[in-house]
Design a protein. Structure first.
Length: 247
């Protein structure tokens, strides 16, 4: 004979009602998220693109390199939108708009009004370009080709850049570094971009000069490092591993 519960043995003679859980389970949350994704994929491509633009296009430029601030803050500001971590199709569609519709900037800060040869060391451009180069290096070549505009934001004129910083304004500056650093080179050209809505302008309130940065890809056949790591890089990018590494 089964034992009677001590609680049921009390004065009222009836067992209390079992508590009802009001917390949704992880399976319910996953099912709801899957349904929302399915609803999004049922929409026409034009409407999906409009939704992506509302989610991933920023009102000001996204800083991907700077000689100021911490690398952690910079990485957080330039990480890919969360919507790119849903599924493969949404990732490709949203990432294409994120890279193609936004302006990405590299900020070179100088704490003096007019350039002075005595302070050239305070205007080192390598940390700024190195951060941007690392950000680009975590992408596949196809993703880098989707980027429409990268600009250098600085109070210096182009003549001052060439005089103080570097005559060539390239990063990496040597062929050896180019081969070892992912197969792409950043090259600053004397082409002024009139984008005054860059993040550096918004945050610092400065009237900066904007010069276009071109990304030069090294030929696959001449880059053994790229040939070795390209399949791994593309696999990690497709699976969203690179996004998780940024957070």
């Amino acid at each position: 004979m089964a034992r009677r519960s001590r609680r049921a043995k009390g004065g009222h003679g009836s067992a209390p009602a079992e508590p009802v859980s009001i917390v949704s389970t992880s399976q319910d949350s996953a099912h709801q998220q899957k349904e929302e994704i399915c609803h999004l994929m049922r929409l026409p491509a034009e409407l999906r693109n409009s939704i992506y633009e509302l989610v991933v296009v920023r009102p000001f430029a996204i800083t991907i390199g700077s000689n100021m601030g911490s690398s952690k803050e910079l990485s957080k500001a330039s990480q890919l939108p969360a919507i790119t971590r849903t599924n493969h199709q949404i990732r490709n569609e949203a990432l294409s708009i994120f890279l193609g519709a936004n302006t990405f900037d590299v900020y070179l800060h100088c704490d003096y009004g007019r350039f002075d040869y005595r302070h050239y060391d305070r205007c080192d451009i390598r940390p700024a370009l190195s951060g941007a180069h690392s950000w680009l290096g975590r992408m596949t070549p196809d993703q880098r080709r989707q980027i429409k505009e990268i600009v250098l934001c600085t109070p210096l004129t182009f003549k001052a850049l060439v005089t103080i910083v570097s005559p060539s304004l390239e990063y990496p500056s040597s062929d050896k570094e180019w081969r070892l650093c992912g197969g792409q080179r950043l090259h600053i050209v004397d082409e002024s971009v009139g984008d005054k809505s860059c993040a550096a302008n918004v945050l610092c309130g400065e009237d900066l000069n904007h010069f276009r940065i071109k990304v030069e890809e090294r030929d696959k056949e001449h880059c053994n490092v790229c040939k070795l790591f390209r399949p791994i890089l593309e696999m990690c990018s497709d699976e969203g591993v690179l996004d998780e590494a940024r957070t």
